[in-house]
Design a protein around this ligand. Structure first.
Ligand code: ADE
Length: 275
């Protein structure tokens, strides 16, 4: 079971599709949704990770299914959404969490690497969102949360993902306006540096640099997967019924960092939930 501040039946009767749901922030979010009554469908490219995640959620008493999907491929997205609906019913909640990138100076990003990151983070998010809207939400309404990143200062050493995530920020606003009339809210969250399982996929030097960013936010630590999940669930929930087209930062104020008044080590903003 996971730490939660929400009512135990908040998402009872709802079906949620979580991309990148096999690990990290996606899995943490799926576990909390399932604990609060939702039937969750986890989508990602790797069957083994998905099966393990489904086992975890079922072990906690939740309802979960897995669909293998490459969000970069239109046909794969179409098939995955159809399979999700077949298994769990029409999708009420979509969490676009799948993504990927690699650290590199911009001048060393070749065309293939650039396109791969844009196609996953921007095009893939669009393809999944459009499919879930046309297949389910256009008729029934729903709530969508896109997981992006801190895009306010640019993203040095990750120019491709910064561009893609800034694209999703704007896409969030466009879709919120186009789809509001169908009862669909579209929001985003922008995590700062999070101590998630995803961080361990980077090389040690990058992980060290990521850890050092703890000194740039007011909590003087990295964020937790639980803190991301809590923000995502709030935006999905009826408590956010008057919020659409918004991007909520989960960064302890990192994006406001002002060198004249550096953050201090104080220990007065302890983390929520497990990391
Ligand atoms: N996670 C990272 N890349 C992905 C992709 N192309 N499809 C689904 N999940 C992913």
């Amino acid at each position: 079971m996971v730490a939660t501040i929400f009512n135990a039946s908040l998402f009872e009767g709802k079906t949620a599709l979580v991309t990148g749901g096999g690990t990290g922030i996606g899995l943490r979010t799926a576990r909390e949704l399932a604990q609060l009554g939702a039937t969750v469908v986890l989508a990602s490219r790797k069957r083994e990770k998905l099966d393990k995640a489904v086992e975890t959620i079922e072990g906690e008493g939740g309802k979960a299914f897995a669909v293998v999907c490459n969000i970069r491929e239109e046909e794969s997205v179409r098939e995955a959404v159809a399979a999700a609906v077949e298994a769990a019913g029409p999708i009420d909640l979509l969490i676009n969490n799948a993504g990927g990138q690699f650290p590199s100076p911009a001048e060393a990003i070749n065309s293939r690497g650039w396109h791969a990151v844009i196609e996953t983070n921007l095009t893939g998010t669009f393809q999944m969102t459009r499919e879930v809207f046309t297949a389910c939400m256009k008729k029934r309404g729903g709530s969508i949360v896109n997981v992006i990143a801190n895009i306010w200062r640019g993203f040095p050493m990750m120019a491709h993902t910064g561009a893609a995530r800034a694209g999703v920020d704007n896409l969030t606003k466009s879709l919120a306006v186009e789809w509001g009339r169908h009862g669909v809210r579209v929001n985003a969250v922008a995590p700062g540096t999070i101590a998630s399982s995803g961080l361990s996929t980077y090389d040690p030097k990058f992980q060290q640099a990521a850890q050092a960013t703890a000194a740039f936010n007011q909590a003087f630590r990295l964020g937790t997967e639980a803190e991301c999940s809590a923000a995502i669930l709030f935006l999905l929930s009826p408590a956010a019924a008057f919020i659409t087209g918004e991007t909520l930062k989960i960064d302890g104020g990192d994006s406001l960092f002002a060198p004249m008044v550096p953050p201090a080590q104080h220990g007065k903003m302890p983390p929520f939930g497990e990391t």
